[in-house]
Unconditional design. Structure first.
Length: 189
């Protein structure tokens, strides 16, 4: 394969993967952190020293521990003396993380299906120009890799291993079927 064909293969692959990524984002947006967590800026009086804060009432440590154990964040109020009191246990980060995990899991399935279709197109479609078929194969691999990497932090070690095993097995199986089904031709000297 010459330089032009190689460039065409990589061009098709990269643009296919970008098209899938941006297409998914256009029609299935990822959760936005700001939809779950609002900035809570509380003005705090300046010039307080350790002795001034020692006169503040004690915070409920049990409430704080329970909030953190439930993946919450403590929000505080600050009074005019500079003392902090507990306002609430805010679960916005936990809710955002839950929504993001669901999104990443769905993204994994979407990219796996689209990537597998691209692999099948590259392997079996009657594309007469080999660099385009190779571009679809490489683009399918990139698309599957994107979805897999995006969801990895949300998966257990065993699930990560199984997904990679399935993906690699699929790729090897398709590649083997394509090579075995392809008639061999020898060049005449």
């Amino acid at each position: 394969m010459g330089l032009k064909e190689t460039a065409l293969t990589f061009g098709v692959a990269i643009l296919f993967a970008l098209l899938v990524g941006f297409g998914i984002d256009a029609f299935y947006e990822s959760p936005d952190y700001n939809d779950y967590c609002k900035r809570d800026i509380t003005a705090k009086p300046l010039g307080l020293n350790r002795e001034d804060l020692a006169n503040c009432p004690q915070l409920d440590e049990t409430f704080i521990d329970n909030c953190y154990d439930d993946e919450g964040m403590i929000r505080y109020n600050t009074d005019t003396d500079g003392c902090q009191t507990i306002k609430e246990c805010d679960y916005c980060q936990r809710d955002y993380n839950t929504a993001n995990k669901l999104y990443n899991r769905n993204l994994l399935w979407i990219t796996a299906v689209i990537g597998a279709i691209a692999l099948l197109i590259g392997m079996y479609a009657p594309l007469t120009y080999e660099p385009i078929a190779s571009g679809f194969i490489f683009g399918g691999v990139l698309t599957i890799a994107y979805g897999t990497m995006r969801s990895f932090s949300d998966l257990s070690k065993i699930t990560r291993f199984l997904i990679l095993l399935i993906e690699l097995t699929l790729l090897i199986w398709l590649g083997t079927k394509k090579v075995l089904d392809k008639p061999t031709t020898k060049k005449k000297k």
